[in-house]
Write a protein that binds this ligand. Structure first.
Ligand code: GRF
Length: 223
C-alpha cells in the first residue's frame, strides 16, 4: 500500500486534512486544538449523522462542514462518490476518520490512495469493528489501548501507524475504559497527523504492514 507516499510534501506547507465524524467529535477537537493552523489545516468536516456535537465544533472553529447520511443515497457507493467529490473540492489531501461509524468502499479509498487514517480504541489486531472496548472487557484483558492505522478495504485491518497501551487490571465498565483511553486518542491522532504532515512516515519495503517513523533523506535539512 502507498502508506501516505503520495502525500509527502514540503515541510513548510500546511497539510490540508478532512475529518470524518459521526458523534461527539472529541478527536476532531484534539486536532483543532493542536495541528490545525500549524502543520495542518482542517479544510473540511463531514459527518454521517446530522445534528451531532462534532458539527458544532467544526462551526465554532470556522471549518466548513457537511452531512453525508447513508440514507440520503440509494447506494453506499453513491454516498462515497458525493463525499469524495466534496472532500476533493475542499482540497483535502489526508482523510482522518475520527469516530466515523460508516464503512468506506474501495472506490472512496482509490480517490485518496494511502491517505486515509483511523483511530480505533483497541490494540489492533485485537478487537476490530464496533464495540471494541466491550469486546476487550468481555475477553477479560488487563491491557487496553489505542491504534492509529491506515485504512484499507477491511475492517480496522490497515497498517498500524502508532499504538499506545494502558494497564487497567480492575476495569469492568466500558465508560471507565473509554475515559482512560480518551487522552491516549487525543495525543496519538494529532501525533500521526503531525508525522504525516512532516513527511515522516513511510512503508517498510521489507514488510508493507510496517510503517517506519522518521524523516526520509529528502526531507532532512539540505536533503
Ligand atoms: C473514539 O473512541 C474512537 O476511537 C472511535 O470512536 C470514538 C469517537 O469519539 N472510533 P469522538 O467522536 O472523537 O469523541
Amino acid at each position: 500500500m502507498a502508506c501516505g507516499a503520495d502525500i509527502v510534501r514540503r515541510v513548510s506547507d500546511r497539510l490540508p486534512i478532512a475529518v470524518l465524524v459521526s458523534g461527539t467529535g472529541t478527536n476532531l477537537q484534539a486536532l483543532l486544538d493542536t495541528v490545525h493552523t500549524r502543520e495542518a489545516e482542517v479544510v473540511a468536516v463531514a459527518s454521517s449523522v446530522g445534528g451531532v456535537q462534532a458539527l458544532e465544533r467544526a462551526g465554532a472553529a470556522g471549518v466548513p462542514s457537511a452531512v453525508f447520511a447513508r440514507g440520503d443515497y440509494a447506494e453506499r457507493s453513491a454516498r462515497d462518490d458525493a463525499l469524495a467529490d466534496w472532500l476533493h473540492e475542499r482540497g483535502a489531501r489526508l482523510i482522518v476518520l475520527a469516530g466515523y461509524m460508516e464503512l468506506l468502499g474501495d472506490g472512496f479509498l482509490a480517490r485518496f490512495p494511502g491517505a486515509v487514517i483511523n483511530v480505533h480504541p483497541s490494540l489492533l489486531p485485537a478487537f476490530p469493528g464496533i464495540g471494541a472496548i466491550e469486546q476487550a472487557l468481555a475477553y477479560g484483558v488487563t491491557v487496553f489501548g489505542v491504534t492509529i492505522h491506515f485504512v484499507d478495504a477491511g475492517i480496522d485491518s490497515g497498517p498500524v501507524i502508532l499504538q499506545r497501551a494502558i494497564e487497567l487490571p480492575h476495569a469492568r465498565d466500558p465508560a471507565e475504559v473509554l475515559s482512560a483511553l480518551r487522552p491516549l486518542e487525543h495525543q496519538l491522532l494529532p501525533e500521526a497527523v503531525h508525522l504525516i504532515a512532516r513527511g515522516a512516515l513511510r512503508s517498510d519495503p521489507q514488510n508493507p504492514r510496517r510503517t517506519i517513523v522518521g524523516l526520509a533523506a529528502d526531507h532532512l535539512p539540505g536533503g
